[in-house]
Design a protein around this ligand. Structure first.
Ligand code: C6P
Length: 410
């Protein structure tokens, strides 16, 4: 396997990976749930608490000014990372889930009316499904779903026929957290815009793993989570400035206002109109450090590394008899997420056996119950790769699957 990234050097940057679990070297294959954090991120947050801790946008003293500068500086890094036109289009949220809910409340409640259609896909994480169910119910709007084939590829026919003049919004994932599919996001967005619909992209499994350029995508909104991209627990909503300017606030309180009277208020400029209350300051600064780290690696290298690992894993997994692997067979069409099912073993038992080997994998429905139903499964086991994973760890994954089969064949 060619080495696009220097994995052993990268691993040195991650203190957590140096430990043993149950007497075995830790093998972390659950980065789709949350990634590990490099020293640079931990140090950035530590330095904030040790030297700069103060609230932002309020104090006139040096500490508060430095904290504000670092918090806003991280926003500029994130802007550059996804190539947004303006830093005002970058809104800090709690996570990707909150980012999508912000759109559902602040944009959706004003724009969606009875009879309107919202088009999504069967691949979605609950975070990009439940907010639209709530909105559709409240507004008497209709939800429609683009289907997928047996490999988890979205059906081109559905994209063409379901997105129509009645469609007001298309809510679609860029990369599935279960089947790994990279969706044809450019053509979905083009189709949606051709009928006058807006598009929300769930990029929680995309921004950490490949170069994402919101201007080239031309998406209206895009959501992702810092904690899946080597950063801390903070999220980001990107939105086109013209849309965000017209939207009413999501949450009310401090910092999001310009003037407050007893009977009404006026709103702060973007992006602060959507950042009510004291935000996760250290986390935002930590995310800035994560963006620096990923930028230094190069997002094309990150993608190439994960594609190589995924191809290597798929080759070996396909050779194992009696397991079902979800998602596209071609590594070009998927991210570094591989969910599989061993029919004789429940995924929770599988994950426990893996744990005994010091290997972290996730067992369950991965917050995508309808997708599991779609494929006639109640749960799967999932391995997911990131910059610090090595081919030897894929070998351990394969060995442990064989061990599980042995145990259950008894
Ligand atoms: N998926 C997983 O193990 P939050 O929890 O808000 O940071 O991210 C939500 C989310 C949204 N979209 C996709 C595609 C996701 O994968 C996730 C998070 C984790 O797959 C936790 S369930």
């Amino acid at each position: 396997m060619p080495h696009t990234l220097n994995v052993s050097a990268i691993r040195e940057d991650f203190p957590i990976l140096q430990q043993q679990v149950h007497g075995k070297p830790l093998v972390y294959l659950d980065s789709a749930a949350t990634s590990q954090k490099p020293d640079a991120v931990i140090r950035a947050m530590d330095a904030y608490y040790r030297t700069t801790n103060a609230n932002i946008h309020r104090g006139v003293y040096a500490l508060a000014e430095q904290a504000t500068e670092q918090y806003e500086g991280a926003r500029h890094k994130i802007q550059k990372f996804i190539n947004a036109k303006s830093w005002r289009e970058i809104i800090y949220t709690r996570n990707a889930t909150e980012a999508i809910n912000l759109v559902a409340y602040a944009w959706g409640r004003a724009q969606i009316q009875a009879g309107d259609e919202i088009v999504s896909t069967v691949l979605e994480h609950h975070a990009n499904l439940v907010p639209w169910q709530l909105l559709a119910k409240e507004k008497n709007a209709r939800l429609k779903f683009i289907g997928a084939d047996a490999q988890g590829l979205l059906r081109a026919d559905d994209i063409a026929t379901l997105i129509t003049a009645q469609t007001k919004l298309v809510a679609v994932t860029m990369a599935s957290n279960v089947v790994g599919t990279l969706t044809p996001i450019h053509s979905i967005i083009a189709r949606a815009h051709a009928v006058g619909a807006r598009v929300v992209v769930d990029a929680a499994q995309a921004v950490p793993h490949m170069a994402v350029d919101v201007q080239s995508l031309d998406c209206d909104f895009l959501a992702f989570s810092g904690h899946k991209m080597l950063g801390p627990f903070v999220g980001i909503l990107y939105g086109k400035r013209a849309l965000l300017e017209k939207m009413e606030p999501f949450l009310g309180g401090g910092d999001m206002i310009r003037e407050v009277f007893l009977d009404h208020s006026t709103w702060n400029d973007l992006p602060w109109k959507f950042e009510a209350g004291t935000p996760a300051i250290a986390e935002a600064i930590g995310l800035g450090a994560a963006v620096d780290y990923l930028t230094a690696l190069g997002m094309d290298n990150v993608r190439a590394h994960e594609r190589e690992l995924t191809a290597y894993a798929l080759d070996q997994l396909r050779a194992i008899k009696g397991i079902r692997i979800l998602g596209p067979l071609d590594p070009e069409q998927r991210g570094g997420v591989i969910a599989f099912s061993i029919p004789e073993a429940h995924p929770h038992d599988v994950a426990q056996i893996f744990d005994g080997e010091g290997i972290c994998v996730r067992g369950g429905h991965h917050c995508a119950m309808p997708l599991h139903d779609y494929y006639g499964l109640s749960a799967t086991t999932r391995a997911s790769f990131y910059v610090y994973n090595a081919p030897e760890e894929v070998d351990k994954l394969v060995e442990t699957i064989k061990k599980v089969q042995q145990i259950f064949k008894g």
